[in-house]
Design a binder for this molecule. Sequence first.
Ligand code: NAP
Length: 259
Amino acid sequence: MDLGISGKRAIVCAASKGLGRGCASRLAEAGVSLIINARGAEALERAAEDIARATGVAVTPVAADIATEEGRAAVLKAAGEVDILVNNAGGPPPGMWTDWTRDDFIAALDANMLAPIAMMKACLPGMMERGWGRVVNITSQAVKAPIPVLGLSNSARTGLTGYVAGTARQVAPSGVTINNLLPGVHATDRIDALDRMVSEREGVPFDKVRAERKESIPVGRYGSAEEFGAACAFLCSAHAGFIVGQNILLDGGAVNATF
Ligand code: NAP
């Protein structure tokens, strides 16, 4: 299927690895030129070169922390006018509800709620003026089914979800859509780290932790960044203009719910 977005321009935040990288690659395959971001310059520059080589589109890397005002300013300055915005950042650390301090909450809110809101506030006016735009926020299955050890994530992402629910309906008349993609367990560095933490905490071999987790997912495997990226590219496509303010779960059936 031709996604109908060749020649468009996108910012993909937190995209040197994992799900952000999957989204960047699939958008590039659809002919979208990219501004990609991450904090670590080396992996980011490598990702930009690989994507540009594989697809022939222009890919500009901007090494910056998207959770900071300066980081966002650097990304936005390099990007100029964009048609597509994919919001993403690293997830908060796991822990216990009894441990989290105000500072822990502020850090989670900065990265996973306030950063995407600031990026939307910066990019939406131009998209609305030009009459076309797509925003996809990478959130988490935790929005639909809370993950106890990820309470900081549960909280910050639900806040973002509320903001999107209202805002998406306000910008839709201008041809701009905002939707959220909710990843379940995908094979990325983040999940490696979480599986390792469980293995160490419970004294269970890493492979056993992983096998048990796979068994808990109806499809019997982890998702891939590539298939996640394909869903993102479709939401950013010319065909997705009637999909507004949705929270789309990509979890292999793990959340056991009718809706
Ligand atoms: P990942 O493999 O660890 O990759 C994270 C990417 O984001 C890297 O490129 C990292 O590069 C970049 N990054 C992290 N913090 C950043 C920041 N403050 N500013 C700019 N770039 C930043 O993670 P992932 O698995 O793709 O996860 C992406 C998001 O989805 C996270 O919020 C995660 O919590 C959420 N999620 C993932 C899963 C899953 O199964 N993978 C499930 C649910 C939710 P640098 O470190 O160099 O900055």
